[in-house]
Design a protein around this ligand. Sequence first.
Ligand code: NAD
Length: 335
Amino acid sequence: MSKMPPNILVTGGAGFIGSAFVRLAVSSGFKVTVADKLTYAGDSARLESVSNRIVFHNADITDRSKTDAILRKTKPDAIIHFAAETHVDRSILDSSPFIKTNVQGTATLIDFALKYKVKKFLHVSTDEVYGEIKKGYSTESTPLNPCNPYAVSKAAADMLVQASVRTFGLPAVIVRPCNNYGPWQYPEKFIPLTILKAMNNQKTPVFARGLNVREWIYVEDCVEAIMTVLNKGKTGEIYNIGSGEERKNIQIIKTILSVMGKSSDLYTFVKDRPGHDLRYSCNSDKIRKLGWNERHIFETGLEKTILWADEHMEWMNGKTKELRAYWRKVYQRKR
Ligand code: NAD
C-alpha cells in the first residue's frame, strides 16, 4: 500500500502484541477499531491509555453476523489480524478452540474482507509454522512443517490466506514473527512466568533442561515491523520478523534471576512438552530491505520488561489466580 490507511480494524487488539500495535497505530494517527473476544488472554486494561481514541467491539471473529456488522459499520481500509488462541501447552491439551478461532475465524474474516473490499489484509502468523530448525534458519520460502496443534492451526490459516490471494485476489500480506516478549504479556508464557515466579521467590518449571532455543524480539520492535509491512509490504508476500537474538531457555532464566537479584537456582526441570521443537530461527533479510530494524538488544528489552513487571505486580499476580483455576480444572478433568 503506497498511502497509509487511515482506517484500520485490529482483531485481537486487547491481546499482548495486538494492544502494542494499537497503541503504536493510535500514536501514528490511524483511526483504530478493535474487535476482540476478551478471552482469558485478552484484557482491555492493555488499551486503557488509548481507550478514548479507539472504537472497541467485544466480538468473536468466528461469529459471522457480528463480524459482518463490524465491517459494514467500520468499512476499514485495512485489517490487521492478530486474534488467535496462542498458548502451545493449551493446544496440546485441547486443540478445538485453536482450530475454531485460528482457522475458522481467519476464514470468516477473509470472507468479509472480500465482501467489503478491504485494501489490505495483514495476517499475523508465526515462525512456528516452519517447525523445528535444527541448523541454519527458515526463510519465507521454507516449507511449512508445523509440529504442534497451535502451529498447525496457524499454518492452516496462512494457507487459507495464500489461497485467497490466488483464488479471490485478496490483497493480503503475511508476517511471521519470532517469539515476542515485553510489557503486558500474559504470565503463562515463558518470560513473564519466570519473572512472576522470581518475584514471588518461586521456582520456574523448565522443560528439557532448558536447552530449547528460541529467537526473541521485544514487542515494540515487532509492532514497528508489522507497521512497516502495513505501509510498505507487497500484496501476496510473506515477511519473517526476527531479531537474530537466539537464547537457550536456561540462559534466559539465569539472566532474569541475575537482573532481579534472585537466587540463581530458582528453577526446576520438569518433564518435556510432547513434540517440543528444539529450535526456531528465522532469516529477516526481506523485511530489513523495507527499512525496518529492531531497536532493542535482548538484555535491554528484558530489563525494560522486568521493570514494567515490577510496576505492575498487581496485574501479574491477578493473572496467577486465573491460571491456578485453569490448571485445577485441567487436573480435575484428567482424574
Ligand atoms: P494473546 O494470546 O496475548 O492475544 C490474543 C488476543 O486474541 C486476545 O486479546 C484474545 O481475547 C483475542 N481472541 C482470541 N480468540 C478470539 C476470537 N475468537 N475472536 C476475537 N478475538 C479473539 O496473543 P499474542 O501473543 O498477542 O499474539 C498475537 C498474534 O501474534 C497471534 O496471532 C499469534 O499467533 C501471533 N504470534 C505471537 C507470538 C508471541 O510470541 N506472542 C509470536 C509470533 C506470532
